[in-house]
Each structure stands twice: as C-alpha cells, then as structure tokens.
Ligand binder design. Sequence first.
Ligand SMILES: CC(C)(COP(=O)(O)OP(=O)(O)OC[C@H]1O[C@@H](n2cnc3c(N)ncnc32)[C@H](O)[C@@H]1OP(=O)(O)O)[C@@H](O)C(=O)NCCC(=O)NCCS
Length: 198
Amino acid sequence: MIDSPVLPFVFGEPLHTERLTLRLMTPADTDDVYAYQSREDVCRYLLFDPRTRDEVATKVAEHSRATTLEMDGDYLQLAVELAATGDVPGRVIGDSYFTITSVENSHGEIGWTLHPDFAGHGYAREAAAAVLAIAFEEIGLHRVHAELDPRNHSSVALCKRLGMREEAFFVEDMYFKGGWADTGVYGILRKEWVGVNS
Ligand SMILES: CC(C)(COP(=O)(O)OP(=O)(O)OC[C@H]1O[C@@H](n2cnc3c(N)ncnc32)[C@H](O)[C@@H]1OP(=O)(O)O)[C@@H](O)C(=O)NCCC(=O)NCCS
C-alpha cells in the first residue's frame, strides 16, 4: 500500500528561498527568459533549439497558465528570480521545471536552466532544493528523477549535490541534435530526501 500523493497541488504564492524567489512566470518575464533561451550554449543539452523572442513569448504565456499538478504530465515551469540589490533591479535568471510523471507510482521529474551569467553561485541548487521540498514534503511523492545528457557535467554535478544517485545510463538511446546521444537518469526517494534534510 503506498501513500497517495497529496494532489492537486496548486502553485499560488511566490516561494522565497535564502536568495531567490520562485514564482509563476508572467508575460513580463519574456525578455529575461529570452536572454538565456536564445543562447546556443544554454540549449546545447536542452530538448529545444535556441528560441526567437516570439517563441519565448508563446512559451512563457503557456507556462504562466500551468499552475496545477494533478494528473500525469501536469507541470510547473517556475521563474527563478534574483532579488534586486542596490541599483541592480531584480530579474529572472532561470527556471525550475517539475512534472508529475506518474500519480499511480507517486513519481515526478525535475529539471533546471540558468542564465550562464548567474551560474556558479549555487542558485540552481537552491531553486531545485525548494522544488524537491514541494515534491516530497508537500505533495509527498515517493520518487523524483532527472534525465540528462551525461556530457552535461554541470547538470550531473547538480544532481549529485542534491543527493540524487545515478540509476541508469542508456547508451545512444536518442538521436539528438545531429547525433546519437546517451541518457543519464538520476533519482532520489522521499526517505532519502527527508534523511538528508531533517
Ligand atoms: C545545469 C545548470 C542549471 C547548473 O548550474 P550551476 O550554477 O552550475 O549549478 P549550482 O546552482 O549547483 O551551482 C554550483 C556551482 O556554484 C558554486 N557555488 C558558489 N556559491 C555557492 C553557494 N552559496 N552554494 C552552493 N554552490 C555555490 C559551486 O561551488 C559550484 O561551482 P562549480 O560549478 O565551479 O563546481 C546550468 O549549467 C545550466 O543552466 N545549463 C544549461 C541548461 C541545461 O543544460 N539544463 C539541464 C538540462 S538536463
């Protein structure tokens, strides 16, 4: 008998971490999101190619309406905002993705993207930890996994920093951006998350 996840989960008020705010995207975020989603280096291991501003505007509008996790495939794509400091205004520096992959198996998937100008400060980890806290402590999921291209060393390192373990390495399972690519799967269980964070 498994504990059923507590669903639906509606993302309402912004979530404040030590240095960041996670919130639903709004159309006003389009320029900030375009600043990183238009870059070749950012998209190297993402499933999409660099986007035009119009494409980003369409996606941001879609994401702004994705507020509720209830069924398989429901997702959140939260803006990760760095607060203003002095004369520097606050801005969206990346986003955190989370989806319910199986309600029946109490299972979700996490993902992340950061503007390179803001990498190397632990911001992606801080945002991902807040999302895992929602997944395990509020929704009560059993397991969360991340999928990545194993050549994406910064993403692999982030999984490990979050306490996720390598669970699979699929060899050339995907034709991706002009060549065969491997897929790495990293996972963490609720009891492991609670163990590390209690
Ligand atoms: C994957 C990605 C989000 C990782 O970003 P990141 O900034 O390296 O990740 P973290 O937030 O964990 O930051 C870790 C780095 O910050 C450093 N750091 C500095 N201050 C820190 C702090 N206060 N807390 C934690 N880490 C800190 C760490 O030492 C580490 O540095 P290192 O990379 O030199 O070892 C980013 O590379 C990215 O957006 N890539 C493009 C999109 C992409 O590929 N997404 C994933 C698809 S699977």
